[in-house]
Design a protein around this ligand. Structure first.
Ligand SMILES: [Zn+2]
Length: 537
């Protein structure tokens, strides 16, 4: 234990070490995404993963770049549900390449550009350094030509490779764009002789064909390799050294298996490091809750600060699925964990978690890349902050003043951060917060308050609070309270409801000790005075 555990490495470091051992000093970390719909949280996990690996390789003094290939030459397979109002205009383009479909919003050059813009916005707000490359450009430049020729030349090996790995060979190596109607889902490649591709176009299911029969030259670039052939080809000409992919691609006989085999057996080269990763979903959202993880990535900042979102990914094991649900207490715990890790990375309060320091410090460093959060955060837990905010009548300035008086703001950056965090808390309280986080602080006790209080309970609370100072911890309050109640044989089912009734007019509420500190000990003692008067009237 001890020293050995301190060297527990972050996954990005492990993958970087592996890539450097295999490929040396120059690296391309690659990922792909098809701009056929919104770039959502689930998609962003891949880019965030690539970014971490890219940073880890650079940290080791090597040259590295992260490339995201926008698969804008893919066909429109189906119209996304959330484009309902435009679906009539889009229907004639079903099966057409995404970069040749007009943008329904009228703002961009194409359908593909419209959705690519969302991805660019999101990754730029995440502080991720990435070069975007359009697949349509790669085809136009002829970079795939040589690979189509290799595949055609080695077709027997390729067919048997597919039969062995995935159980059936590909019915065609390419999709051709019909020169008459522009569709690429309706064409069938009938034969390829020398450099001429022959095809015919006819309707297939919901994709409308035109019965055209024609031919194109390979160097017209009016064709696209099928995905499983496209992927290893572009990994080769882009010199990709690492490409993470979702667990779904990694199933037996899936595209990872075929890609590895094509590199080794057809292209005769070592494959890139093809790392697997787990998924992320944000649950409990009111918007598009039917589809897990469908929150657009450029809207995450409305729910969680971006560095905290990145930290959520970076603190977890790479293969683990993350199901984050802001409608639970998990939400506040993420903030606390994020703040704790930031303190730990500065050498504060890490004693109990020594084995995690290296891993969490890396997670923090990655999460804060290009986000100026390099300061000690305010020493207030999320739940306490949410309570103080509500008790301060949801006024950010009263909340900040109160925290300042409690010496919880170590620096001006922490103060600015809290001001921003209060905006999120306000949104959270009205949209997601479980009911036990909501408090309605009473100006004075309800008229039935004596149903809950008697001299015994009054003495218990009064003597406990008078024993405490503002510097005591909520846990200390609980200990003293429990001790005294035990001596006098008062059950918690009596003294806690009495307290909640006094301050929030309810028999249940958030953690009572946190609530006492949020209200302030002196203020609660003042309240007890009112009870005393009522009891002895
Ligand atoms: Zn056609």
């Amino acid at each position: 234990m001890g020293d050995k555990m301190d060297t527990y490495l972050h996954w990005s470091t492990v993958i970087a070490n592996k890539a450097i051992a295999q490929y040396g000093d120059n690296h391309i970390i690659c990922s792909g995404w098809s701009p056929s719909g919104v770039y959502h949280i689930g998609n962003s996990k891949e880019a965030v993963t690539c970014h971490a690996i890219n940073m880890a390789i650079k940290d080791k003094g090597k040259v590295s770049k992260f490339i995201l290939v926008l698969d804008d030459f893919d066909p429109l397979d189906k119209i996304p549900k959330d484009l309902g109002e435009y679906s009539k205009n889009l229907r004639p383009y079903l099966g057409h390449p995404l970069n040749r479909i007009p943008d329904f919003s009228g703002k961009f050059d194409s359908y593909a550009e419209y959705f690519s813009n969302g991805a660019k916005e999101a990754l730029s707000s995440f502080g991720i350094e990435v070069e975007f490359i359009k697949a349509s450009e790669l085809y136009k430049k002829g970079l795939y030509d040589e690979f189509l020729e290799i595949y055609l030349h080695k077709n027997e090996e390729l067919d048997s490779l597919f039969e062995t790995i995935s159980g059936s060979k590909l019915d065609s190596y390419i999709s051709v764009i019909c020169q008459n109607c522009g569709n690429m889902k309706t064409t069938t490649c009938t034969k390829i002789i020398s450099n001429v591709i022959h095809y015919k176009c006819s309707s297939k299911g919901m994709y409308r064909g035109c019965e055209f029969e024609g031919n194109i030259l390979i160097d017209s670039h009016e064709w696209k390799l099928k995905w499983r052939l496209d992927w290893p080809a572009r990994q080769t000409f882009l010199n990709v050294t690492v490409e993470p992919s979702g667990k779904d691609h990694s199933v037996s006989g899936g595209s990872v298996d075929t890609s590895l085999a094509i590199h080794e057996k057809i292209l005769n080269r070592p494959p890139p490091v093809l790392e697997k990763f787990g998924f992320i979903t944000i649950k409990g959202l009111k918007i598009s809750s039917s589809k897990g993880g469908a929150l657009p990535a450029n809207q995450i900042h409305q729910i969680i600060p971006i560095p905290a979102y990145l930290f959520l990914i970076y603190r977890s094991d790479l293969m683990k699925d993350i199901n984050f649900n802001p409608a639970t207490a998990e939400y506040g715990k993420l903030f606390d964990e994020y703040d704790d890790a930031r303190r730990m990375s500065k050498g504060i309060n890490f004693e109990n978690r020594k084995s995690e320091v290296s891993k969490l410090s890396t997670a923090v460093k990655l999460a804060m890349h290009n986000h100026h959060n390099d300061f000690i955060p305010a020493s207030v837990k999320f739940e306490e902050l949410a309570l103080i905010y509500q008790i301060s009548l949801c006024s950010p300035s009263l909340t900040i003043d109160k925290l300042d008086n409690m010496n919880k703001l170590p620096n001006s950056d922490a103060k600015i951060e809290l001001e921003n965090r209060l905006k999120l808390i306000d949104h959270w309280l009205s949209n997601f917060a479980p009911s036990n986080f909501l408090v309605n602080f009473l100006d004075e006790p309800n008229s039935d308050i004596l149903n809950y209080w008697d001299d015994e309970i009054y003495d218990l609370w009064s003597s406990t609070l008078n024993d405490l100072t503002q510097n005591d911890s909520p846990q200390n309050l609980v200990n003293i309270l429990r001790e005294k109640a035990k001596i006098n044989d008062i059950p918690p089912s009596k003294y806690y409801p009495a307290f909640y009734q006094l301050v929030i007019g309810n028999s249940k509420g958030p953690n009572a000790a946190n609530l006492v500190f949020a209200i302030g000990i002196d203020e609660v003692i003042k309240r007890l005075g009112a009870i005393k008067n009522l009891l002895h009237r």
